[in-house]
Design a protein around this ligand. Sequence first.
Ligand SMILES: Cc1cc2nc3c(=O)[nH]c(=O)nc-3n(C[C@H](O)[C@H](O)[C@H](O)COP(=O)(O)OP(=O)(O)OC[C@H]3O[C@@H](n4cnc5c(N)ncnc54)[C@H](O)[C@@H]3O)c2cc1C
Length: 450
Amino acid sequence: MLFFELFQGKHRIDRNTVHSGIRAVVEGDIVTYRAQLLSAGAGESQRKKQQQHGLAALFAKCHGCFVSIPQCKVGCGLPNLYAHLFFSKIQDEATRPAIFGSYSFILPWPPAANNRILIRPNVSLQPYNTFGINATAELFTEINDEQALEELSRHAATKHILGGGSNILLTGNVGGLVVLNRLKGIEIVRETEEHVWLQVASGEVWHQLVLFAIGKGWGGIENLALIPGTAGASPMQNIGAYGAEARDVIESVSFWHWTDHVFATLANADCNFGYRDSIFKHQLKDKVFITSVTYRLAKNPVFNTSYGAIEQELAAMKVTERSVQAITQAVINIRTSKLPDPAVIGNAGSFFKNPTIPAAQFAALQQQFPAIPSYPAGEGLVKVPAGWLIEQCGWKGARKGDAGVHARQALVLVNYGKATGQEIWQLSGQVVASVQDKFGIGLEREVQVW
Ligand SMILES: Cc1cc2nc3c(=O)[nH]c(=O)nc-3n(C[C@H](O)[C@H](O)[C@H](O)COP(=O)(O)OP(=O)(O)OC[C@H]3O[C@@H](n4cnc5c(N)ncnc54)[C@H](O)[C@@H]3O)c2cc1C
């Protein structure tokens, strides 16, 4: 049986302490490792760091367990000199006796390369999801370099990747390890007269990337301005807005495969992009960590202003000359007037996908509901705005406790303050049921449910 044991030891190392050993306390099935830092005189800062790293490295070596401690550079100030030691271990009867007792240490310096991940237990995810749901991660870590992924792969806990948390609903505490993506960097990897290829680390904030691109006058993602979240999540559901989709500009997607232990790259054609859909929601779901996305942007962009209210907004802005900057601003204006700001009311944008139904079914519905709106969706298919269907069922502005359907945009479910993920989930179930009853259409949730 795989059994994870975790203990957090926080021991300040001050001027007069040196390490003396690890104590293992056994209570039933639970083994707790306690790092003991005892006073013994000399206080050179290098030695203190050696103690931290040595403790972790030796423990890892002896027991094959996963040990992580914060990066601690030589010469860092005393306030940084806290030993945060997290030990997890596969419980194995054969090796178990070896962990008891205390140890003396030969302290390696510099610390082993794998000592750069800090894993924290019981971390609140409330600041990390735009619904503002109060749930806890059993284990939590942030990564800011790709190599850390190789190390994390050895950690047997189930992994959940978190970007900006703007497309998830937490229906309870999250077991396993939540990995917060902080990979950063934008690099031009190719350039021609017409195009530029940007390799963007997956933890970059999407809207910052849009601003970066329009700052250079490059086009292709201006219609996708102000979509919250990270670049790494853009291929996940093939983000889209105002007639543009990420797949229009994605050249390739690179990722780390958790179980194959390889970095790999998929070309656009192999990502199976669809409407709010991709291979990353199916065959590769929970199997990969997207590390970077390469986008191909246009140096002489062709503008797409036919969708939504972009033309009207450009007119209201008195724009005479089209530019990526003007279109971005128009999109920002429209979005801020229509969509609730997660910083004010918790939400994850559109909660449901717009359903696609057979044209024959649509024709029958049109008899009954002549005002039903639609968009073409390929041969013999019609797309119906989910917001309209939900509104017709009387849900717009409805509220159950702190969970609600937004008053201006029925497609958006909101958390007015203290709603739980379960309450929002239940409300979404009631919305689905009434749309099914009235129109015979099954709504699919766009938001990822954890
Ligand atoms: C106000 C608002 C407006 C929105 N408008 C739009 C819109 O117009 N169009 C649109 O398409 N979406 C929209 N969204 C939804 C959301 O912003 C996007 O889906 C966004 O891409 C999510 O990014 P994220 O980093 O927050 O992902 P998260 O919510 O953190 O994660 C979403 C899913 O992707 C997975 N994931 C995230 N990063 C990685 C990675 N690096 N590797 C592998 N898996 C990963 C997660 O595990 C999770 O399953 C909106 C959301 C809000 C709150």
